[in-house]
Design a protein around this ligand. Structure first.
Ligand code: FES
Length: 145
């Protein structure tokens, strides 16, 4: 094999290796998060229709992901923003009720009534399309059935 052909082959193999390494690196980045932020849990929520929600817990703290029609997925803690009481689903399944002072929150986390200072606190997760990506710093996340 001539020197020129050997050099061309070496260049071609090097380029192929670089492309392969880049593809593997991209895949790892997709699994472990962007810019090196590690992800400890990923949950596919593609079956969650607009208007539906899925309950989760993180370190025994409950939260919900709500598929807000037109707004996509929202994740918020299921504790009242006034004094931290645990919220319960209303009897008609249309809002969250606080048993302490009878506040109510809409399924998108906005306050409806009661002495609450703000909407429900968001959970620091991110969504990749319909996949919930939970950062390692958040702690172990579990879906609640
Ligand atoms: S703790 Fe929820 S309204 Fe008071």
């Amino acid at each position: 094999m001539s020197e020129t052909r050997r050099s061309a082959l070496t260049l071609l193999l090097g380029a192929a290796a670089a492309v392969g390494t880049g593809a593997i690196g991209y895949g790892v980045m997709r699994i472990f998060g962007e810019r090196g932020k590690s992800v400890q849990g990923a949950f596919d929520l593609s079956d969650l229709a607009p208007g539906e929600l899925q309950r989760f817990s993180v370190s025994d703290r409950p939260f919900a992901v709500f598929h807000a029609p037109g707004d996509g997925l929202l994740a918020y803690y299921l504790t009242c923003t006034r004094a931290g009481c645990a919220l319960q689903m209303s009897d008609d399944n249309t809002s969250w009720a606080c048993p302490c002072d009878e506040a109510r929150f809409a399924l998108d986390g906005e306050p409806i009534s009661g002495p609450v200072p703000r909407k429900l606190d968001r959970v620091p997760v991110r969504f990749d399309g319909m996949v919930l990506m939970a950062p390692s710093a958040l702690g172990p996340v579990e879906a609640v059935t």
